[in-house]
Every structure is written in structure tokens, then in C-alpha cells.
Design a protein around this ligand. Structure first.
Ligand code: KIV
Ligand code: ZN
Length: 513
């Protein structure tokens, strides 16, 4: 049996971008488009050229620069939009023009103030016009999910007769359920006489959390294009998440045996990270496929299962989405089997120690700290008593001056081995000045790789929690610090790393790479 391809139409740069608090620059859109081409999506919807000169430039630059995927631009079903869109997509090797109009009663009467006949006339005229300029035309009856069945059939039939090659069925407000959406696809296939001359596409929003289910059900009922976005970003609750539908098609080949997607799934994580960084749109930790916990195991029973056979709790490999490995969160819920396994990975192989005793100390630490990292395990293993675990360096005083038109300067005073040392430094911002002043005292070689600030309490007096990741010859360490002053929280997080490195040096240990 020959498998049919599901066309993956990515709308991160159009529907996704529309939902951001500030729009992306041409350069930012181009960076994302390059990565989408690496991901091997079939169509990139690069923007809505009439909406602004900036968006026009983004679409035309992407059309010029990006090779591989079809480059698509969006246009309302009006002449000036179509003409502008055609100009923007013209440089593409394979351009597509996507045109749409609201067809549900609420859109026709409430927003457009058009009768059914007027809408039909616009479809006939504008789809034909688009087709004169561009051989690949896609048509969307917006809010199809709430459009009267007879009218939807007439609109779709007329769009195909006027030249649309793809008819996209949007559930614009994420209102339908999988059963209803499947019935709508069945109805169109039964009742639209020329439906075989077009690809049926679906464009689902996630207002009721059903976008992925609706898209996949539509595939089972004959849809052959899915419109989706990376990390599911899009208007309101977002669009169907690309990573979810693509991995579902791959993982559940038993259910989708007759179809495939050409997406290079190993590029999923890289694309997700790029989109979250450029769009400044964090991903919830428990988000399917790309959340930070999607391949992390926490409970003792799960960790034990995964150590014995990964498939017990993993339906896909982390490698298949471009991650190096899964993650075992060491907390007070971790069992002694897990702790032993991690100790072995850290080189404690002989087990010439009392695991039961060690595990008791581990649990006490985990209860105190929450998460236990590799450096904590080593410190527990190497320390003879509580004194061995104490911090070598204590930040006693920090003064930072910064502001518009001044050079940020910090003075830090640190107690070390019973003595007090003080240093000052300038920097590229207050946090940089503070960490440089600390560096001058401790003399470690630390490169900051990640910095994350979050508010842990609300209101004006909010506490900021800073998490930093720093690389040193002793390994990569995570440090945290909390304060109402974010520069102080940053300095404390940095000091956390400094003390971890000090312990590794004392124990003459390094973390594994
Ligand atoms: O949600 C929607 O209906 C859209 C259309 C432009 C396809 O984004
Ligand atoms: Zn949409």
C-alpha cells in the first residue's frame, strides 16, 4: 500500500506571530523560516502582506531566501489584498496564495455585513483573480465550524470550481469536538461534487483544548493537509501544535498506517527552542513533546520502570525529537534504585558504601532542597560531616550603581575561610558588574550559559527567583537565588554556583560532561 503524504502547513509566522505582544522583525522571521526549512515542513505561511509594510517585506524576503518549502502569503478575499500578496510571494520558487472570508452567520452578519449571495460572488471573483496570478491557491471559509452545512458546501464547491487547489476547513474559534469535525469532513466529501479536485486541509484552534484531536480525526476522515504552528502558538489558546500532530502520526502508525509526514522530527526541539526564544513565548513544562518535563521522570515507580525498560513509561524516544536523553528528576520521591543508578553514572561503581545509609541522607537533603543535582550527590558521597557541606563563600555586602547614562559598577564583599575580601567591577549591566566583582574575589573561570528570572510572589514587593546555569572546568552547574532585589537574587544564584564549584574542587571531582 502506498502511503499518502500529510502536507504540514506551518503557520507559526502568520497565525502564531499574530498572537505575540509585539511583531517580529524581518530578520527574526527569516531565522525561524530557515529553521522551518530544516524541519522540512511542506508549506511556510510567512505572513499577511497587506497587514503592514514590515510583514510585506518579511514575506518577500522569505520568498526570496528560503528554498524547499512552498512559501505562502495570506490575503482577505479582496482585490487589493490579493494583488499585494501576489507581489510579496512572487520571488518564491513555489508560491502559494491563501485567501479567506468569514462564512458563518455571525461573521457574515456581525462583521462583514454581507448576504450569502454576496459572499458567493466574492468567492467566484477573487479566487479566479488569485488563480490568474498564482497557480497554487488555497481558500478558507473562516469559521467553517459554525457555518450552515448547505452554505459551506456551496462555498467550497464554488471555490474549487473557481480554481482553488486546497480547501482549508478552519475551526476558527476551536468550538467543534472531534466527532463533529469528522462529520463535517465526511459531509463535505459526500456532498461537494468536485471535492476530489482539491486537497482538504484543516486549521484548528485550541480554545477547548481539542485542536490536535480534531486535526488527527480529520486526517482519519480524508484530510491531507494540517495547518499547525510550532509550540501551538496562535490566536487566543493557539493553533494545533505541529510537534503534537507530527509525533502522533509517527508514534501511532498503527492507527495512521496509510499516511506519513515528511517532517524531520529530530529538528523538533531545536525549532521549539528557537521559536520560544525569538517569540519570547515560554512553553509550559508539561507541554506534550516539547515541554521541559515531557521526557522527565519523577516518581520512584516510574524511574524504576524506565531504568529497567524505557518503554514502560516512554512512548517515543527523546532522540526522536532531537533531545540527547531523558531526564530523571532526583527528589524525595526517587527510589534507592534510581539513586544507585545515578551514583554509578557518576563513577561510584564499587558500591563500597552503605546504600541504605546514603539513601537516608539523600532523602533528608531532598526534603530540604526539593531537587537534588549531581553535584549534591557527589557532595553527599564525599563529605565526612555536615561541615564539609557548608558554603565556603558568603556574600556579605553588595552595592550596585546603574542607570541611564552611567557605567554599571558593583562592589562585592565576600567572607571566605574566615577572612573578608572586597572587590569592585564595572560591567555590561548591573548583573554583569556584580558577577564580575564576585569573579575577582573567587578567581573561578565561569561562563554563564543561561539566566532565568521569575516572580515567585505577586505585587510590588514580589520576590524574584533567579536560576543561572554556569559552565566551569569542574562541570555545568545550576544555581538559584531569591530576593526582592533582582540584582541581589542574581548575585546569590551566582554564589550558589561558586560554592558548588568550591565543593567539587575540595573533593577533587568533576561533573560528567
Ligand atoms: O483561524 C482562522 O480561521 C484563520 C484563517 C485565516 C484560516 O486563521
Ligand atoms: Zn487561525
Amino acid at each position: 500500500m502506498k502511503k499518502e503524504k500529510i502536507v504540514i502547513f506551518d503557520t507559526t509566522l502568520r497565525d502564531g506571530e499574530q498572537s505575540l505582544s509585539s511583531s517580529l522583525s524581518v530578520k527574526q522571521k527569516l531565522r525561524i523560516a530557515r529553521q522551518l526549512a530544516q524541519l522540512n515542513v511542506d508549506v511556510i505561511e510567512a505572513g499577511f502582506p497587506i497587514s503592514s509594510p514590515g510583514d510585506f517585506e518579511s514575506v518577500s524576503t522569505i520568498a526570496k531566501e528560503i528554498k524547499g518549502p512552498v512559501i505562502c502569503g495570506l490575503a482577505r478575499l479582496v482585490e487589493k489584498d490579493i494583488v499585494t500578496c501576489v507581489k510579496a510571494i512572487r520571488p518564491a520558487k513555489q508560491p502559494r496564495l491563501h485567501t479567506f472570508i468569514g462564512t458563518s452567520p455571525i461573521h457574515r452578519q456581525g462583521q462583514l455585513r454581507k448576504s450569502q449571495d454576496e459572499v458567493l460572488e466574492m468567492v467566484r471573483r477573487c479566487v479566479k483573480l488569485a488563480r490568474r496570478f498564482c497557480p497554487d491557491v488555497e481558500f478558507s471559509p473562516m469559521d467553517a465550524g459554525r457555518t450552515e452545512e448547505d452554505f459551506l458546501c456551496s462555498v467550497v464547491e464554488l471555490a474549487i470550481a473557481s480554481g482553488a487547489r486546497t480547501v482549508n476547513i478552519p475551526d476558527t474559534v476551536g468550538y467543534t469536538t472531534p466527532e463533529q469535525f469528522a462529520a463535517m469532513i465526511d459531509m463535505l466529501r459526500d456532498r461537494v461534487p468536485n471535492i476530489d479536485r482539491a486537497v482538504i486541509s484543516v486549521h484548528c484552534h485550541n480554545d477547548l483544548g481539542m485542536a490536535t484531536a480534531n486535526s488527527l480525526t480529520a486526517v482519519s476522515h480524508g484530510a491531507r493537509q494540517i495547518e499547525c504552528s510550532v509550540n501551538g502558538i496562535g490566536e487566543r489558546a493557539g493553533n494545533t501544535a505541529l510537534e503534537e500532530v507530527v509525533m502522533a502520526l509517527k508514534v501511532r502508525q498503527d492507527l495512521f498506517a496509510d499516511v506519513y509526514s515528511a517532517v524531520n522530527t529530530r529538528e523538533i526541539m531545536r525549532t521549539s527552542r528557537l521559536v520560544r526564544e525569538i517569540c519570547n513565548m515560554p512553553v509550559q513544562p508539561n507541554k506534550a513533546i516539547v515541554g521541559s518535563n515531557a521526557f522527565a521522570h519523577s516518581s520512584g515507580i516510574h524511574q524504576d520502570g524506565v531504568l529497567k525498560a524505557k518503554q514502560t513509561y516512554e512512548i517515543m524516544t527523546p532522540e526522536s525529537v532531537g533531545l540527547k536523553e531523558n531526564r530523571m528528576n532526583l527528589t524525595s520521591r526517587s527510589g534507592s534504585h534510581m539513586v544507585k543508578s545515578r551514583l554509578q553514572a557518576l563513577g561510584y561503581r564499587g558500591m563500597d558504601f552503605d546504600l541504605d545509609e546514603y539513601y537516608k541522607r539523600f532523602i533528608a537533603l531532598a526534603d530540604k532542597k526539593g531537587s537534588v543535582y549531581d553535584d549534591d550527590l557527589i557532595a553527599l558521597m564525599e563529605s565526612k560531616d555536615e561541615k564539609d557541606l557548608e558554603d565556603r563563600y558568603t556574600l556579605e555586602y553588595l552595592n550596585v550603581s546603574s542607570g541611564r547614562g552611567t557605567v554599571p559598577t558593583a562592589t562585592a564583599r565576600i567572607a571566605v575561610d574566615g577572612k573578608v575580601r572586597e572587590e569592585a567591577s564595572t560591567g555590561d549591566g548591573a548583573v554583569d558588574a556584580a558577577t564580575k566583582a564576585i569573579d575577582r574575589i573567587v578567581g573561578y573561570n565561569i561562563t554563564l550559559e543561561n539566566y532565568h528570572l521569575e516572580a515567585v510572589t505577586g505585587g510590588r514587593e514580589a520576590q524574584g527567583r533567579v536560576t543561572v546555569v554556569g559552565r566551569s572546568p569542574e562541570g555545568v552547574f545550576t544555581g538559584t537565588g531569591t530576593s526582592t532585589d533582582i540584582v541581589e537574587a542574581s548575585a546569590l544564584a551566582y554564589m550558589d554556583i561558586v560554592n558548588k564549584i568550591a565543593r567539587m574542587k575540595k573533593f577533587k571531582r568533576k561533573l560528567p560532561k
